[in-house]
Write a protein that binds this ligand. Structure first.
Ligand code: ZN
Length: 178
């Protein structure tokens, strides 16, 4: 996306702002938002769309593949500051989706491209070697892996509940797998 295109999109915000009701302040957010959803950054895999969340919906973390390893910093942080410490994260939901870019390109491919980009620096090349990209092989397996990773995280409340869903980009349906 070119910078000009972004500026054009941002111009459309003028219309959005005309009908915007002021958001509830963070301090006054209701306690019930004790749910977090992790999903892929792919525009087709938006929990706000497939689960019909409005502004009062749960926090949604989106990254490449909807991987837990990438989301942990956010989950840990929110689990301490939610509702100004009155409440904490009770349930985390992992959603991976069919036809994900990370099903089409594996870690090896991504690392090869990154290595190419920094090939003049041995230091950076070895940094790429250590990177975990999180390519997906089998959706059920990757969802289970991420659910286990969050459950085992020592920085989260012991009783945090973790669920895993797959989102089908063709049918629009979500199915609980773990
Ligand atoms: Zn994806």
């Amino acid at each position: 996306m070119s910078a000009d295109l972004v500026r054009q999109i941002a111009m459309g915000n003028i219309d959005y702002a005309k009908n915007h009701d002021p958001s509830t302040s963070f301090k006054d957010s209701p306690d019930m938002k004790a749910v977090m959803v992790i999903s892929c950054m792919d525009p087709r895999a938006s929990p706000n769309a497939f689960w019909n969340f409005g502004e009062q919906g749960p926090a949604v973390i989106r990254n490449a593949g909807g991987r837990a390893s990438d989301a942990l910093r956010s989950i840990r942080t929110l689990s301490t500051i939610m509702s100004y410490g009155r409440n904490t994260v009770g349930t985390v939901v992992v959603v991976h989706h069919t036809d994900c870019g990370l099903l089409n390109f594996d870690d090896h491919y991504v690392k090869e491209k990154l290595t190419e980009r920094v090939k003049d620096s041995p230091e950076l090349v070895s940094e790429v070697a250590k990177m975990e990209i999180g390519g997906l092989g089998n959706l059920e397996a990757s969802i289970k892996e991420d659910v286990e990773l969050i459950k085992a995280d020592p920085f989260l409340p012991k009783d945090v509940e973790v669920l895993g869903f797959v989102y089908d980009t063709i049918t629009g349906r979500t199915t609980e797998v773990v």
